[in-house]
Structures are given as C-alpha cells and as structure tokens.
Write a protein that binds this ligand. Structure first.
Ligand code: FMN
Length: 343
C-alpha cells in the first residue's frame, strides 16, 4: 500500500455517477495518483447485475484503481470482495461512510459506525477472504455524531489489527452529510496511533488545502471529491505544491480541450444523447474564469449533438482568455508563456 500512499498521494474519491472509467482516465491525465470506482452494491455484484459488472470492469491502463464495495452483510461483503479481486484492482475498499439514509439506515455504509465492534469483525472477514490476493482498505467517517463520541481513533487501531492495509477518513460525522466543515484533526489523531497509511478526506479544494491537510495530519495522502468534478486540474496542482514546485492554473486552451475530451469519451462510452448529457455537470467548472464562459456554457447546455458542442468549443478557442480579475482559485493564473507552451 505504501507504494501508492507515500506522503504525497493525491487520490480521486469514489463518487457515484462520477468516477466511472471515463472520468478516471481524464483525472489521471491531470495528475491523480490513485482512483477509486463508484461504490458497488455487493448484492448486485453477486447477482451479476449489469451495472455492478460495469463498475468493476477495469481496463489494463486504468491503474492504480481501487474497487469500492458496500453492503450490510459481512459474509456477502467478503464474498463480493473475493469476486471483485478477480478484476485485479489496486485494492478493495469497503465503504463504511455513506450517510444516505437508504444505505446507512439498512446497516451498510456509515451504518457500520453504529457498531464499531461489528465493523471490525466484518473487516476481518473481508481481509481473511480476499486479503490474500488484494489489499483491503476501509473508507469511513469520524463517527456517526455527535462530536462528543468519536470512535475513529480506536477504530483505526482495531482495523489495522485485523489486517486492513489503509484507512481513508472523511473528516465529518455521518450526521453532517456533506455540510459543515471537515475536521482534519481527527485524521491526525488516528494517524498517530497506527502505522498503516491514512488518507485525509473532506474539503480539500485547492493545492494549498492538500498541502496543509498533509502537513497538519501527517497522513500519507489526500483524497479529493467534489472539487475534482469542476476542477480536475487540482490533482496536478496539488502534486506540484507537495513537491514544492510552482503551481500554474490550466491555460484557457486546456480548459476548452478538457471539455472536448470529456465529451468525446462520454459519447464513445454511452452514445451521443447520454454522453453529452452526463458531461454537462462538469462544464461550468471546466470553463470557469474564461471570458464569455457563462454564455458558452448556456449554449452547450442546450446543444444535444456532439458535433454542435465541438463546433462551439472550436469556435471559442482562438479568442479564449481569462477575465482580468481571475485569481486562478488559489493558484496563480497562467502567464502568456504558460499558454504558449501548452498550445
Ligand atoms: C456525487 C457524490 C457521490 C459520492 N459517492 C461516493 C461513493 O460512491 N463512495 C464513497 O465512499 N463516497 C462517496 N462520496 C463521498 C466522497 O467520496 C467524499 O468522501 C466526500 O465528497 C467528501 O470529500 P470532498 O469534500 O472532497 O467532496 C460521494 C460524494 C459525492 C459528492
């Protein structure tokens, strides 16, 4: 595991409907060190359901990628982990952090935090069954809530004792969902009591955040979720920052060309209608800071055909530039020479 998590790893978070093969390939081109699939329901996987099979399919070039599974039954999790291991993921991650009521309420995801004892026993079962062929990791939250009772430090120790090889901590309680600030100090406390790699997650929105999260917690890596949807360049920016290098924001040309690549790849994977549709959620972020971004985005949002979208992007390219006040979102805006070298 230390191969991937070396104190500077910048990891793409598992995100349902986002971190599919197309998005993983794109984020890797802009610096993601490790990617995690969308979570996979173990019952669907064991039944051979099409969506679960799609989620665990990993191309040879899609590496290192971990497969994340979720479920409420330890036996079924262990069985599914063994099956998922056949896809040769970098590791199998068990989701113990999903707060969504229909999942946590049924004992899966963050539901495991109701009974830390049971979570550890489940993790042991998964490790015993699949750990021989692939490392097993856990992603969880600091606790269910309230903040007065936080099992994460003790849990980290006990998960390591049963053979879990790395732990990702989303530094919010399950009750918080995605709101309120993430408290990275819990990752630091957990990191202090184990020797397995710990990955800090929650509110890493810039290269500065990534550097600060690692410096403050001593963790082996940071995991980035929502910010990557709108700004996948965060991976290379964070890596540069962690290496002590100067970080430049993407050039206007890179922004337009990522829109192009993402559209093409999604259409190739899903067909024109669906491919164009699912790319739309990324466009506001990809175009941010450019002169005329909002008008271009509006036009793209109403264009159902790939050719039409590509024509709009091509037309925008020669004049593409940042608005004067753009601050690069925590990284310096690119200079003329950055733009020339990326052209
Ligand atoms: C759209 C979306 C889908 C998510 N799906 C998953 C998932 O499948 N598995 C998981 O462990 N976490 C999932 N999460 C949580 C993220 O992995 C991450 O822990 C959370 O967003 C906090 O990180 P961030 O502040 O960088 O976004 C999801 C989050 C979002 C926004």
């Amino acid at each position: 595991m230390r191969r991937f998590y070396d104190g500077r790893a910048v990891v793409l978070a598992p995100m349902e409907d986002v971190t599919d093969a197309v998005f993983r390939v794109l984020t890797r081109t802009v610096g993601a060190d490790v990617c995690v699939t969308e979570f996979v329901n173990v019952e669907g996987l064991l039944r051979g359901c099409r969506n679960a099979k799609r989620k665990i399919r990993l191309e040879a070039s899609d590496t290192p990628t971990a497969i994340q599974i979720y479920g409420a039954d330890p036996e079924r999790l262990a069985e599914a982990a063994e099956l998922a291991a056949e896809a040769s993921p970098a590791f199998i991650d068990v989701n113990c952090g999903c707060w969504v009521p229909k999942i946590a309420g049924r004992g899966a995801g963050a539901g495991w935090l109701r009974e830390p004892e049971a979570m550890v026993a489940m993790a042991k079962m998964v490790v015993d069954r699949a750990g021989g062929s692939v490392p097993v990791t856990v992603k969880t939250r600091i606790g269910l809530g309230p903040e007065s009772h936080m099992p994460i430090v003790d849990l980290a120790r006990r998960l390591e004792d049963v053979g879990v090889e790395a732990l990702t901590i989303h530094c919010r309680t399950a009750k918080q969902g995605h709101s309120g600030g993430a408290d990275w100090s819990w990752a630091q406390k957990a990191r202090a009591v184990v020797s397995m790699p710990v990955i800090v997650n929650g509110d890493v929105r810039s290269a500065e955040d990534a550097e600060r999260a690692i410096r403050e917690t001593g963790c082996e890596g940071v995991m980035v979720g929502r910010r990557a949807i709108e700004h996948p360049w965060i991976f290379r920016e964070a890596r540069a920052k962690l290496a002590g290098e100067i970080v430049a924001a993407p050039t206007p040309g890179e922004r337009l060309s990522l829109c192009r690549e993402h559209l093409l790849a999604n259409v190739a994977e899903r067909g024109e209608k669906h491919g164009v549709q699912v790319t739309r959620r990324h466009l506001a972020g990809y175009l941010r800071g450019l002169v005329g971004a909002s008008a271009l985005r509006q036009r793209l949002l109403t264009m159902p055909e790939l050719e039409g979208c590509l024509a709009m992007l091509d037309q925008a390219l020669p004049e593409a530039r940042y608005v004067d006040a753009f601050d690069g979102f925590g990284v310096r805006a690119p200079t003329e020479s950055d733009c020339r070298s990326a052209a």
